[in-house]
Design a protein around this ligand. Structure first.
Ligand SMILES: Cc1cc2nc3c(=O)[nH]c(=O)nc-3n(C[C@H](O)[C@H](O)[C@H](O)COP(=O)(O)OP(=O)(O)OC[C@H]3O[C@@H](n4cnc5c(N)ncnc54)[C@H](O)[C@@H]3O)c2cc1C
Length: 400
């Protein structure tokens, strides 16, 4: 009987898991393993760029790559994981239900922003979490030009000053100028729960964010939380009201709901606890990777974050180890000591830091060049060429 590795999700982690599993099977001359990816689309959606315009272009096709590496693809969405019978239920694009069994399951179904815990967010706020919602936001921003001039039209409220909120906010002054004209009195306001802009980051990084905000005219309301959102703006918990036609929600990212179907410990964001081989605690036939995995990156207490930087390497290790466990090969423990951040700061430039203590190494134009090369080249799928793809899928291949 052929063994089945089933990978749920075709994002950064799922794509690399599939290639890495195929690489190890190929290296061991094994024809006895089927590697199958189930996802709604055979394309990599480049989520880190969803604050940019032309979001519909931020996708990369995966079928040519899967075809040359022997990875099978099923277009659909997994609804249920049956750990007892080692199978999943999934719905195809026509709405028909199917079952697929597995010997090893690699869960790589990503994350989503939680829009349900503040009143009015689900109905009235925009987000840039998924391609579809980012496209809705972009269309709305374009439509502001045809609305009559008002403070609400000219004001955008960004809820949450984490990385996503900062990148979106810094992009907006330029975007709004392009849409509304340079004479429009536009306002971009970030509402942040912490005591200062970028309060979760190192002092050095925080100072860069403050400098860029001042130069671009991005306002911060700190020590503040959104109480509710409606069609005409946002109300804060202290009663402050901001009239705005555009409230953008970036707070509360959660791991895919499929994680809740596996009886195993999870962190506050719903990520499954995994061991060094990325096997879910208590389920040696299930691997979790990317945004659904709570994985130690080193022996110093650091854990992978919900970033593409981590998802790519987690994917390579998870796929490798899923195949290794079927081939009787030693697994490769996941390690990712190096942690960097590269934050786009709109017309100001960008900032690049190294280490968990976020030491600033590059700023402005130099950092911007690096940011552009990371998000428009480095994180894209490899070329559809078997040998090159397998070389890159090696968990120990050099990775910046
Ligand atoms: C606006 C924004 C900006 C970001 N900026 C950065 C950044 O600058 N740097 C950085 O490193 N990271 C950034 N990130 C985070 C990064 O995008 C994620 O960490 C990364 O996409 C996680 O990869 P993943 O493969 O785990 O999940 P995803 O990329 O989300 O992929 C999940 C896959 O699973 C599929 N899927 C979901 N549910 C199911 C289901 N039920 N059945 C089948 N398939 C399913 C999806 O369709 C998708 O194919 C940003 C994210 C956002 C939203």
């Amino acid at each position: 009987m052929r063994k089945q590795i089933l990978i749920v999700g075709a994002g950064f982690a799922g794509m690399w898991a599939a290639l890495s599993a195929a690489r190890l099977a190929d290296k061991n001359n094994s024809q006895a393993i089927d590697i199958t990816v189930i996802a709604p689309q055979p394309e990599l959606r480049v989520r880190p760029r969803f604050y940019e315009s032309h979001v519909e272009t931020l996708v990369s096709p995966l079928m040519p790559l899967f075809d040359v590496t022997g990875v099978k693809f099923l277009r659909g969405t997994v609804s249920d994981i049956h750990t007892d019978s080692r199978s999943v239920s999934w719905k195809d694009a026509d709405g028909d239900m199917h079952q697929h069994s597995y010997d090893r399951l690699v869960l790589a179904s990503g994350s989503h922003v939680n829009r349900s815990f503040v009143s009015g967010v689900a109905e009235h706020a925009f987000d840039l979490d998924q391609l579809e919602s980012a496209a809705v936001l972009e269309k709305h921003l374009q439509s502001l030009a045809s609305q009559s001039e008002s403070d609400a039209r000219n004001t955008v409220v960004v809820c949450g000053g984490g990385f996503t909120g900062i990148e979106m906010a810094m992009e907006l002054p330029g975007r709004l100028r392009d849409i509304l004209g340079s004479n429009a009195k536009t306002r971009v306001v970030v509402v942040e729960r912490g005591p200062q802009p970028g309060s979760r980051y190192s002092e050095e990084l925080r100072n860069v964010v403050i400098d860029a905000s001042n130069e671009l005219g991005v306002e911060w309301i700190v020590n503040a939380e959104v109480e509710s959102v409606d069609a005409a703006g946002a109300t804060l918990k202290d009663g402050q009201r901001i009239a705005s036609s555009t409230v953008i929600w970036t707070v509360g990212v959660q791991a895919s709901d499929l994680t809740a179907q596996i009886d195993a410990p999870r962190d506050r964001q719903g990520r499954l606890h995994v061991d060094a081989n990325l096997q879910v605690v208590g389920h040696e036939e299930i691997f979790a990777t990317g945004d659904v995995a709570y994985a130690a990156t080193d022996d110093k207490g650091n854990h992978a974050l919900m970033t593409c930087q981590h998802a790519i390497l987690l994917g390579k290790f998870a796929g490798n180890n899923a195949a290794a466990s079927l081939l009787g090969v030693e697994p490769s423990p996941y390690r990712q000591e190096m942690y960097v951040t590269c934050l786009d700061l709109g017309a100001w430039g960008a900032v690049y830091t190294e280490g968990w203590d976020q030491q600033v190494k590059l700023t402005r134009e130099e950092a911007k060049k690096l940011k552009v090369s990371i998000v428009s080249e480095l994180i894209y799928p490899p070329k559809a060429e078997r040998t090159a793809a397998f070389e890159m899928a090696d968990p120990y291949a050099p990775f910046v």
